[in-house]
Design a protein around this ligand. Structure first.
Ligand SMILES: Cc1cc2nc3c(=O)[nH]c(=O)nc-3n(C[C@H](O)[C@H](O)[C@H](O)COP(=O)(O)O)c2cc1C
Length: 367
């Protein structure tokens, strides 16, 4: 791994990591990572929505030794900030998803690998063999192929299957359309080699959009989820991409073990609500039935604290990890996660919360 050309001490926020990453990425790769769908209202809202929340901190609580460790679906994590599935990590560094897996494992958290990784799920597994990891699944029209992906993830020791539900078709990311974004020579969707159309490179606009249209199944419905749940067993299935309380209940009714509030980082339906604004309603709708996770616009430990307070068992971060990866490979991934962990510790201490449970009840209010 190349030594970072910047002083790590200058990276004191996630935005600093983004600036460092931008210097190292091609403009096309940066656009792919950064962009959202259409006018990017939801991309912006995810982050801006946090400014509407207040943390009604408690005073004179013993916060000398805050406890961050928790479990997700029974597996230990050192702190409740996990790595969301994002595609194409070899655009960020030569080692790609293997570096992400090592970076997440180094700090004791879980990496959810994407179907659209540029490294096979088996190679990701051996990169950090002892760390728990999840596999994110896109459902293909070819259901036998989809079942093989699930079987491969099980065989490779993944601990959960995450079904992404917010992408029946690909959102229109204008930067990628304009850039005619495609993977550079020598990189491919490594899990999907047998499914890649031979003429994928041909045509205007985004290669990924063409791939989605050719392979992904927009007719996948709740009752079909049960088939995935059966294939995944005994692994738990998590449904990712929920913003509605009724959808959260449906996910559980059809066999999911947990729900993940997400709008795909603003990359799918523009004008979808900010995830932090819907988290509380979803958490109330499922009550004690399952764990709830959230992602979208979380750029600091303080944001993570707000999400925990509104009912998330853990939060996931997408772009921050890509910025860490592009800035300094596995060390950058670990660095950005440690930064957010340390911010969460400080926010918990200042809020009078010795542990994640103490963030519940009336700590968070919306203005
Ligand atoms: C570059 C990029 C690629 C992504 N690829 C996937 C993917 O392959 N599968 C998936 O379920 N979500 C994907 N997502 C969505 C993330 O899992 C996550 O929901 C989102 O990034 C969270 O928002 P944040 O980036 O503001 O943290 C992607 C997001 C980005 C930014």
């Amino acid at each position: 791994m190349a030594e970072p050309s910047f002083a790590a001490s200058s990276l004191v926020t996630v935005d600093d990591y983004e600036s460092a990453a931008r210097e190292r990425l091609t403009p096309t790769a940066y656009d792919y990572y950064r962009s959202g769908a259409d006018e990017e209202h939801t991309l912006r809202r995810n982050r801006e929505a946090f400014s509407r929340y207040e943390i009604w901190y408690r005073t004179l609580v013993d916060v000398a030794t805050p406890r961050l460790a928790t479990t997700v679906l029974g597996d230990d994590v050192a702190f409740p900030i996990l790595v969301a599935p994002t595609a194409y990590h070899r655009l960020a560094c030569a080692e790609g998803e293997r570096a992400t897996a090592r970076g997440a494992a180094a700090v004791g958290t879980i990496y959810c690998a994407s179907t659209l990784a540029t490294t096979t799920l088996e190679d990701v597994a051996v990169a950090a063999p002892s760390a728990p990891r999840w596999f994110q699944l896109y459902v293909h029209k070819d259901r036998a192929f989809t079942a093989r992906l699930v079987a491969r993830a099980k065989a490779a020791g993944y601990r959960a299957i995450v079904v992404t539900a917010d992408a029946p078709v690909l959102g229109r990311r204008l930067a990628d359309v304009r850039n005619e974004f495609c993977l550079p020579d020598g990189m491919l969707m490594a899990n999907l080699v047998e499914a890649l159309p031979p003429d994928l490179r041909d045509g205007a606009g985004s290669e990924l959009a063409r791939f989605f249209a050719a392979r992904h199944d927009p007719s996948f419905v709740w009752s079909d989820l049960e088939e995935i749940v059966r294939q995944a067993a005994p692994l738990p299935v998590v449904v990712k991409g929920i913003v509605r309380p009724d959808d959260a209940r449906k996910a559980l009714d059809h066999g999911a073990r947990a729900v993940w509030v997400s709008n795909h980082g603003g990359r799918q339906l523009d004008l979808a609500p900010a995830t932090i604004d819907v988290l509380g309603d979803v958490a109330r709708a499922v009550g004690d039935r399952c764990e709830v996770y959230v992602d979208g616009g979380i750029r600091s430990g303080t944001h993570a604290l707000v999400a925990l307070g509104l009912g998330a068992r853990a939060v996931f971060v997408g772009r921050p990890v890509l910025w860490g990866l592009a800035a300094a490979g596995a060390e950058g991934v670990a660095g950005v996660l440690e930064l957010m962990r340390d911010e969460l510790i400080r926010a918990m201490q200042l809020a009078g919360c010795p542990d994640p449970e103490a963030t519940r009840d009336d700590l968070i209010r919306r203005r």
